[in-house]
Write a protein that binds this ligand. Structure first.
Ligand code: GDP
Ligand code: IMO
Ligand code: MG
Length: 431
């Protein structure tokens, strides 16, 4: 029996959706455990692209999908996503999708505050997705949030929202200079949505536990990436949840001994969307070329993603923070046609090599990447399905990643489609 956590090792958009969709074939349950609709996970099946923001990517393989207690969920977005997927002939009924009663609800004031604060910060903004993620987690931490169990009990909902409403409107109007929100209108609208979502709401922790006892295999689908983690990322240029593998336990309500493996998704280069430090960022033609060839646009906001060389300092950081048992390298095809490639093996700070990722953004900004240059390959590798058919220089690049990370590559992805993949090791099948 295997229960695997899949997480992003960089700054998000590593291709988690594709790999989760692929491996879901062997899982029974697929579980999101943190974040919200700031995530945009892309799957391409038989040429059709499907992007999910909240519903776990296992839904396309017909698996039972869970939205864990660790998420912040915008009910309006979730209902739209359910309708969108249903319109594509996918079963997203309450038998297939379960929402944890303890997951938190994103309210209109969370979204307004997210936008208002970013606007006020001007060029110091984080570059959030504007989905209300931070303000909702903030209310959770200050014990003023609304959970799904409250949302579906009208009296409790009105009581919970009523207790914070005056303060929210005061803040919106007086501090952020935004329009106030009409309480009655908002509560009625949310109650309509609650009626539709009520059949989906349940105790996810109990269901997963019972499933595991019966021998079901679980895949935990991370969102964002390790360096957007609220504790371990490039704070404050991070998201508001814990994105590392350990949070699969807290955010889904399972104990740590249930996890049997952690697969880290690594884009063959690095991208970042939004503001914040990025030591190996490219500002030249090569960066442009990677951005264009890789179609590097955010799946949630459509923003252009910043591109740079693969950074082994952050990958080694991810290996340690997540207990990675294996790596999946994605978008390797995008690097084809470059004469040479750089891998950042370390940072130089004030004339000395830094072994660990610094916490201070000032130190990080003063770090210079130390590069190792490897020959590139000119071949189009997107049609290759057997690892041994990859050009020698491509295999050398992968071998060097393994050496520097101290972890083995289990999956190599050479295109967005489900089958444009080489699986070298599959824990679900071997379990
Ligand atoms: P996620 O947030 O980690 O799920 O990643 P996104 O879906 O936001 O971004 C990854 C993008 O790369 C999507 O458009 C995928 O369809 C695409 N993709 C995934 N793997 C590959 C690959 O191996 N090669 C290419 N060319 N595209 C890929
Ligand atoms: P997936 O799951 C890439 C980034 C935002 C911003 C910062 C904070 O698709 O990999 P937030 O709205 O979360 O408060 O924004 O985090 N961000 C992502 N970047 N992929 C994501 O998700 C992201 N989710 C949030 O761009 O810099
Ligand atoms: Mg994404």
């Amino acid at each position: 029996m295997a229960n695997i956590v899949i997480i992003g090792t960089q700054w998000g958009d590593e291709g988690k959706g594709k790999i989760v969709d692929l491996l879901s074939e062997h899982a029974d349950y697929v579980v999101r455990f943190q974040g919200g609709n700031n995530a945009g996970h892309t799957m391409v099946v038989e040429g059709e692209q499907i992007i999910s923001h909240l519903v776990p990517s296992g839904i396309l393989q017909g698996k039972t999908c869970f939205i864990g207690n660790g998420l912040v969920v915008d009910p309006e977005v979730l209902l739209k996503e359910i309708d969108y997927l249903t319109g594509k002939g996918i079963d997203v009924g309450p038998e297939k999708l379960k929402i944890c009663e303890k997951a938190h609800v994103i309210m209109p004031y969370h979204k307004a505050i997210d936008h208002g604060r970013e606007k006020l910060k001007g060029d110091k903004k984080i570059g959030t997705t504007g989905r209300g993620i931070g303000p909702c987690y903030e209310d959770k931490a200050t014990r003023r949030g609304v959970r799904f169990v409250d949302l579906i009990a009208e009296e409790d909902f009105r009581e919970r929202v009523g207790a914070v409403f005056a303060e929210k409107n005061f803040y919106l109007k007086e501090f952020l200079a935004l329009d106030e929100i009409d309480a009655e209108e908002m509560m009625d609208q949310y109650q309509e949505m609650a009626a539709r979502l009520a059949p989906y709401v349940t105790n996810v922790s109990v269901l997963i536990y019972e499933g595991i006892l019966e021998g079901r295999q679980v895949l935990f689908e991370g969102a964002q990436g390790t360096h957007l983690d609220i504790d371990h990322g490039t704070y404050p240029y991070v998201t508001s949840s814990s994105t590392v593998s350990g949070n699969a336990c807290c955010g889904a309500g399972v104990g740590p001994m249930e996890i049997t493996g952690v697969l880290g998704i690594v884009k063959a280069y690095t991208t970042r969307v939004g503001a914040g430090p990025f030591p190996t960022e490219l500002f030249d033609d090569i960066g442009d070329r990677i951005q264009k060839k890789g179609s590097e646009f955010g799946a949630t906001t459509g923003r252009k993603r910043r591109c740079g060389w693969l950074d082994m300092v952050i990958l080694r950081n991810s290996v340690r923070l997540n207990s990675l048992t294996g790596l999946a390298i994605t978008k390797l095809d995008v690097l084809g046609g470059l004469e040479w490639l750089n891998i950042c093996t370390g940072y130089e700070y004030q004339g000395k090599a830094l072994n660990n990722f610094p916490a201070s953004l000032k130190v990080l900004a003063a770090c210079n990447p130390i590069y190792e240059t490897l020959p590139g390959w000119s071949e189009d590798i997107s049609g290759i399905r057997d690892f041994n058919d990859l050009p020698q220089h491509t295999r050398n690049y992968l071998k060097r990643i393994e050496e520097l990370a101290g972890t083995t590559i289990e999956i190599v992805s050479v295109g967005p489609g489900r089958h444009e993949t080489m699986i070298l090791k599959n824990h679900f099948v071997e379990a």
